[in-house]
Design a protein around this ligand. Sequence first.
Ligand SMILES: [Zn+2]
Length: 463
Amino acid sequence: MGFDTIIVNGTVVTATDTYVADVAISGGKIVAIGQHVPQLNAGKIIDATGKYVFPGGIDAHTHLDMPFGGTTSADDFETGTTAAAFGGTTTIVDFAIQYKGQDLRTAFDSWMKKADGKAVADYAFHCIMTDVPAARLDEMNELVRDGVTSFKLFMAYPGVFMLDDATIFKVLQRTSKNGAMVCMHAENGGAIDVIVQQMLAEGKTAPKYHALSRPTTFEAEAVSRAIALAEIAGAPLYIVHLSCDDALQKVREGRDRGLPVYAETCPQYLYLSLENMDAPGFEGAKYVFTPPLREKWNQEKLWEGLKHDHLQVVSTDHCPFCFKEQKEMGKGDFTKIPNGGPGIEHRFSLIYSGGPAAGRFNVNRFVEIVSTTPAKLFGLYPRKGTIAIGSDADIVVFDPKREHIISAATHHMRVDYSMFEGIRVTGMPDIVLSRGKVIVENDKFTGRAGAGEFIKRATYAGL
Ligand SMILES: [Zn+2]
């Protein structure tokens, strides 16, 4: 009996180690790592000489097939996980939304249906809570037992998603007992809405005003308030899509005091800025999402935050809406532009390019940011997030020299524009495996819809 597949002579990179080795796979798992692993009877040999062998990427923040503002995000679980795979991401954690009046189980079931038979690689869910009478708190424990071990709350979008501080505090108290993690959208939604209404009354309706109505101070204030609530509740806290230095400083202060506070940023905040909102005509709508793009100087602060572990994760907040017909719903009123942008395909290459390739941090830190830390924080480790014996064979054979220019003309996301159009990246995935099966090779998709499985996650265990 030989191995199903052996990846030979690649440079294996984990969050801690870098070494040349062969990686042998059987039954979808990594079963041997060594030098000169016997190739006799192996089903498939992949030569990774001169390439990196990375653990598959984990994108902890995606919105596939998500209703928003009278439309639905353009990628479903098939097109979204396929595009993710092309970019080196083999596990996503998406969001099941509990709407007002619903129980949590209904939310979970309806998102399980959206993914079933469609996802090409593995997936898990956070649960968004928008309506929390006492009964919902007990239901959180049931979801945790079923592997949904994180809950997203909003401090923004009053009347739609926003919860008040008392409710947020109750949820945090519950997670401090049941081992779940709260993921927080931190912006002061009430105050933002005052500015939004004033802008509309003044005839300021262009896409750019979406960004100008949401100052960094209101993000920082909400981050600080969320940390205070979590501290007193004794719960860990994960800030999603942190966009600016003001908010980063609040996370850093909390972490410096030893609190279990974590934060992710996204490629759009590292590569794009308020200047993109000045695109001609209505084009600024392509960059309408929350938090909004910030002044350019914030980018380097966020990269430094990643380097020094003030920020722990990069996720995409992938929430694609086509420019035609979807983004265009907000012509003449920026509040009607569906909020979100596409990015699930480009996280690996953008962070590799701006990180190790640019000399900002090394390949081990890169793996930590895009795979290992999200796996650990969200209960997927060590099944996902590393190259180790017994782990799922979710593996990216990555060519650090290959260059690529990002464009809507060549991407695989089902959306008619790219936020990163024209950006040149260095480093691209060559071969991507999901549980031992090659799903992308030589720019061709070789996987299958429905091959992805729901992953029951463990509770938070610290880093
Ligand atoms: Zn989001």
